[in-house]
Design a protein around this ligand. Sequence first.
Ligand SMILES: Nc1ncnc2c1ncn2[C@@H]1O[C@H](COP(=O)(O)OP(=O)(O)OP(=O)(O)O)[C@@H](O)[C@H]1O
Length: 415
Amino acid sequence: MTSQLVSTNRRLRINQYQRGQRVGKGKHGEVYLCHDDNIRQEVAVKVVRRSNPRDKIKLLRKSHQQQAWPPPLSSTEQSIRKEIAIMKRCRHPHHVRLLEVIDDPHQEKIYLAMEYLSGGPVQWTNKEQQPILTVFQTRRIIRDVISGLEYLHHQGIIHRDIKPANLLWTEDRSVIKIIDFGVSHLDPKLDRRKRQEKDLPEVLALFPESDLLKRTGTPSFLAPEVVWVPDYATDFTPTTSSDTLTPGALPHNVPTTDKSRIPTTRPPITPAIDLWSLGVTFYCLLFGRTPFNVPESAHDNIHHSEYMLYHQICIQDWEADETMGADKLTTGGRHPPDRNSEGYVIISLLNGLLHKDPRDRMKLAEFKCHPWTLQDIADPDKWLRNTAFEPPETQRSRWTRTVKQVFRGLIPCSK
Ligand SMILES: Nc1ncnc2c1ncn2[C@@H]1O[C@H](COP(=O)(O)OP(=O)(O)OP(=O)(O)O)[C@@H](O)[C@H]1O
């Protein structure tokens, strides 16, 4: 699609889009609120430069070495092409919808017109790092994300950057939509629809399997198998003060996860990484902070503090406050004694999602069918049927089993 860029009175117009204020800025580009004159509606337009100066130097070096034609894409362009390929596949109530791509080879910028989500990102903490959402609101947000993730995973897409900032509200704040597919991965082996589009080989070339081993995403939300610190077992040497941290060492009072629950070799990267990030997001909404944090003293050195964080993600257990949500419901702490309490159920869910070994981590279908997730839905069976991608009987039998286990006091965490 070609573009016509007109600048009048400091107002910019790109084809039918009249540019308004900037509503967001990310690593890859800026997002503007625009007025679409054709449909007479507000839309969000993400503007991305094909390459930044660093990309250009890298590209020059690469094309000189390989003398390749066509010349290789810059990493920014590669990333935006991936985002477009994924967004084109997403048509779901819990995903932002891509309306149009303006990709004119004569222009330095690529434009992505999307539906405008005016409710903004999920706000979850205040200045005192206290939660601002109730447990009821948290459940509704998490349920929407489960549904959106299920759709992605069904198509072989791993989002890889689930976090509150990438969950946006619609205008009336009734629906959550997942945004930002800049680091998402498409794996044809996981695609249960087995699509056969004409441009599939071209699209798949954008997603080499080796990409999965890269530490992309947001550090605090990354799963242990993504940040994998191979030497965690031999490296763990307690120190005497929580302020004197050297690489490879954690303060002696940090609770470590039961060693038998930590994998000894790096597990494969699968859609389970999104379940971990969903678990971290769930924790954030409940407690107003992330589950793994490095002490202030380590912040001076960015590499050191990132290493510390990854180390913690791999081996450290998380803590639970005595209350959760803005409504301050009792949790019962990290190990709630009362099996019939909501605190026990929620901590069990977090246990399942934040399992260090992805093979034992809670499955998305199990979380979706869990009685806590379905609570407050008038007709859970109908909801499961309407949102199902697999035969409803499978879902129903899972649900029935889960309910039975709950009645026996066995909240399942992994299967
Ligand atoms: N459809 C939309 N409607 C409203 N606001 C949006 C929309 N899409 C993005 N934004 C806002 O713009 C910000 C940046 O968008 P986005 O995350 O897609 O950019 P990015 O460059 O990929 O960011 P990141 O650095 O997180 O990878 C978002 O955090 C959000 O606040």
